[in-house]
Design a protein around this ligand. Structure first.
Ligand code: C2E
Ligand code: CA
Ligand code: CA
Length: 584
């Protein structure tokens, strides 16, 4: 409490001077004087020996007094500093802010903030400052400032930020920056084009002249483009030789002109030591909002267009809208392949553990469908489930999933691995299918599965049509299975529905987790969801927890269980058994 002790010592010092005027010193006044001297010394020592910067300013912001730490940090002796205005020490971009804060203190409010000053050698020093008014007899007579040197911490922060958001090779913003930027841009609701740009020759350069030459080429291209692009464009390195440019444009023609000039600039020869190369590129374009309103869709579509531009010999620039029908053709091909996937034994299940946050034990497993396409390799469920739904194949595939999950659970139980509950995802199409409940019952009976160990995960969107839904849910409950609402928080259902639904679990969608650490509102929302869920007798499962910190926050906010990469990715059955064994 520096200001108080200072203020007190000044006041008491004032009184001490008065008492000096008395002819006789009483024992009491001697004691007061001693105490005063002691407190004055304590203050001096706190001031002088403090490792932090301690400065007193006059009301007009000039240096009055400072400790040794200040002289050392700034490299300027006190006698030079006294009488100079502090504002000239502050780096220009912080001056206005520091000045505003100074005026707040003059009005009596203590403040804390971060700022940066120059030292004698014009090096920037980052400071965390606490600035407090000095009160004397009800008036503000000056200002104390305590500053902590946070230069190292700031440097580390900048470095981490650089690592997280920039590609070390080219210095360009990376995939993370792209994600952040796209989310912001789609929020602005202004038309823009997303250009996926791919270099034709990088692979050949790497193979012929080595990776170092390839890296040099990337750097040259990155710098060239950065100089070329107008301020209405942003430029990212997505991965490898794959760059993304976003560009505000009002018409498709404008965008096409821009893409062509970009491509032409890239074709200018590149000199790599002895070698002179001509680099060709392909550009695929999707536009917001015409081709999609979410970043993933825009990226995917720009990619599709880029691939089409690559197949097409002459045209190096392609719009998604012009190649769309070919994209539909891919869907059609997927559908044909999916038809024979079960018969060809291409489907399998991966299992992701769900952890009980109170005990740390495995609470259950979620079965996730995997498709190994003979030509395309692993196709993500997000891509083929919609195809299965549109084509009606989902009924057969969905039943295969339940059968396989039950078979696996029974097998593990017999092998002594415990009777862990297994969740399966149910498509909305299955949910509304009148035959589904009968088939489900049948599969459970044949497999020997304990129905109370089977959890059906149903997405939140069912809650829109609530009478039919409640009746259907009761049919499932009658079979003895449990029910989870999946991806809770992404749809439109209100928590109000929950009390009418015979549901056991609520899975809090992954999108909440992303914002927990920084967003207080999000945390309150999650706390409300878990509290209401508990009120209705439901347990909550936090999805997509990737870090220990996220898990800890979710536990604090009342989640019962958590699932996510922090504990484990979805694992093939053998890998899951090893994972369980390693924990035991
Ligand atoms: P979902 O039901 O929300 O499944 C969770 C998805 O999140 C899984 O993706 C899983 O791999 C992923 N995930 C788990 N933990 C994390 C994490 O910590 N971070 C991140 N970023 N992701 C995590 P997957 O396996 O690709 O499945 C995607 C979606 O496909 C599922 O979302 C589900 O809606 C659907 N799906 C999967 N299997 C089936 C199925 O058998 N039937 C139906 N109808 N849909 C399925
Ligand atoms: Ca799920
Ligand atoms: Ca989910």
């Amino acid at each position: 409490m520096l200001p108080e002790s200072r203020a007190r010592s000044e006041q008491e010092a004032g009184r001490a001077v008065e008492s000096d005027g008395f002819p006789e010193e009483t024992p009491e006044s001697q004691e007061v004087t001693r105490q005063l001297q002691e407190s004055e010394q304590r203050y001096r020592s706190l001031f002088e020996n403090n490792v932090d910067v301690v400065v007193t300013f006059g009301l007009e912001g000039k240096f009055l007094q400072m400790n040794r730490a200040t002289e050392q940090l700034l490299g300027i002796p006190a006698k030079e500093l006294v009488g100079t205005p502090f504002l000239q020490m502050i780096v220009p971009e912080r001056r206005a802010h520091s000045e505003r804060e100074f005026f707040r203190v003059l009005e009596g409010t203590p403040v804390q903030y971060q700022t940066a000053v120059y030292n004698r050698r014009r090096e920037v020093i980052d400071l965390h400052v606490t600035v407090i008014p000095i009160h004397y007899e009800g008036e503000i007579t000056g200002i104390h400032c305590i500053g902590k040197d946070i230069t190292k911490q700031k440097q580390l922060e900048r470095k981490l930020n650089q690592l997280a958001y920039f590609d070390p090779l080219t210095g360009l913003p990376n995939r993370n920056s792209l994600d952040t930027n796209l989310s912001r841009q789609v929020g602005e609701r202004r038309k823009f084009a997303l250009l996926a740009l791919d270099l034709d020759r990088l692979k050949a350069v790497n193979e012929t002249w080595g990776r170092e030459a390839g890296d040099r080429l990337l750097k040259i291209i990155a710098h060239r483009l950065r100089d070329f692009l107008p301020s209405s464009a942003d430029f990212f390195r997505n991965s490898g030789d794959d760059f993304i440019v976003t560009y505000y444009c009002d018409t498709d023609d404008e965008c096409l002109g821009f893409a062509r000039s970009l491509e032409a600039r890239l074709r200018d020869p590149v000199v790599l030591g002895e070698i002179e190369l001509s680099i060709t590129s392909r550009i695929g374009i999707s536009t917001f909002p015409d081709d999609g309103i979410d970043p993933d869709a825009l990226l995917r579509k720009a990619d599709t267009a880029m691939f089409a531009a690559r197949r097409n010999g002459r045209n190096r620039v392609a719009f998604y809208r012009d190649v769309k029908s070919k994209d539909d053709a891919r869907q059609f091909q997927l559908e044909i392949a999916l038809r024979s996937a079960i018969a060809n034994d291409e489907l399998s299940l991966a299992f992701q553990p769900q952890i009980d946050l109170a005990t740390g034990e495995v609470h259950g497993l979620e079965a996730l469908l995997r498709w190994l396409h003979p030509q395309h390799g692993q196709v993500p469920p997000d891509q083929f489930i919609p195809v299965a739904e549109e084509s009606g194949l989902i009924h057969e595939i969905g039943m295969w999933v339940i059968e396989a999950a039950c078979r696996q659970a029974v097998e593990w139980n017999h092998a002594g691995l415990g009777n862990l509950p297994v969740s399966v995802n149910i498509s909305i199409h299955q949910f509304y299918d009148d035959e589904f409940a009968g088939q489900l019952e049948n599969v459970i009976r044949v497999s020997g599965m304990d129905p109370s160990r089977l959890v059906l995960e149903i997405t939140e969107s069912i809650s829109s049509n609530s009478d039919v839904v409640v009746a259907q849910l009761h049919r499932f409950k009658a079979i003895g299975v449990r029910i989870a609402i999946d991806d809770f928080g992404t749809g439109y259902s209100s928590l109000r529905y929950l009390k009418d639904f015979p549901v056991d679990y609520l899975k809090i969608d992954r999108s909440f987790v992303d914002h927990l650490e920084s967003n207080e509102k999000e945390r309150r929302l999650v706390a409300t969801i878990t509290a209401l869920a508990h009120n209705f007798g439901l347990q909550t499962i936090a999805e997509g927890t990737e870090t220990a910190e996220q898990v800890a926050i979710m536990r604090e906010l009342g989640a019962d269980h958590a699932q996510g990469y922090h504990f484990s990715r979805p694992l093939a059955p053998d890998a899951l058994v090893s994972w369980l064994a390693a924990r035991a």
